[in-house]
Design a protein around this ligand. Sequence first.
Ligand code: LER
Ligand code: MN
Length: 271
Amino acid sequence: MRSAVTISLVAEASGGPFVFWHDLEAGCVQAAELGFEAVEVFPRSASEVDVNLLRSCLDRHNLKLAAIGTGAGWVVRKLRLTDHDETVRKQARHFISEIIDVAGQFGAPAIIGSMQGRAEGTFSHEQHLVWLAEALDELAPRAANHGTTLLIEPLNRYETNLIRTTADGVKLISSLKAKNVKLLSDLFHMNIEEVDIAAAFREAGSHVGHVHFADSNRQAIGFGHTNVPPIMEALRSIGYEGYLSAEVLPLPDSFAAAKQTIESFRRGTEI
Ligand code: LER
Ligand code: MN
């Protein structure tokens, strides 16, 4: 398994669960200093990613890009893949497709979390799932062209009523034509939604493509009450070799959250 830490470049997401903020270069410097292998970036949009700066930061600090988030499409632009307005759904797909192209240049996947939206109003729950599946089937081949995956993230009940659990995610992925859509399992959301986090990982098996490494209170692993060893054991048992990426609150401060994460990562991955 590999270590990663988040960097948010979205002022509107302030208060959100990201370790480093606003400054790509400074985030990369600190990530490298602490020994992380990769960074996960949350940009305002594809066009606001300075690809040359990102490349030079990664190269200079010997880091990989773990993934790019698309949530700003919702936070900043109010776009959702399951909006009732067809024009908005199309804009949402376009917003994500541009991020897939940026991430793809680095061999990294794009994350679909809050862009899944939620079922509400006059259309059925089922119809929202159909829109979501159609969007994933349209977007996934674009990621495949870059040789990468597309990540769908179950979110807890206070954020969505569509893909909430690991089982919801696996069911959706299994229904797709595309074969390169993987699950992003966020331990914070799983702590709320799963009966047994380790068992959920065992059931998801090779569908797991990325992990958000967060404790029960969305702080760095070790700062909450999640029982981590059985989760690490389950990840090992399914042969998971992807990232454990710290998408956590910068508490007590960014550096301390990052340091706590890398220490927990090392403890958790040493066999
Ligand atoms: C995004 O990765 C996530 O976990 C959501 O809760 C948005 O904050
Ligand atoms: Mn997450």
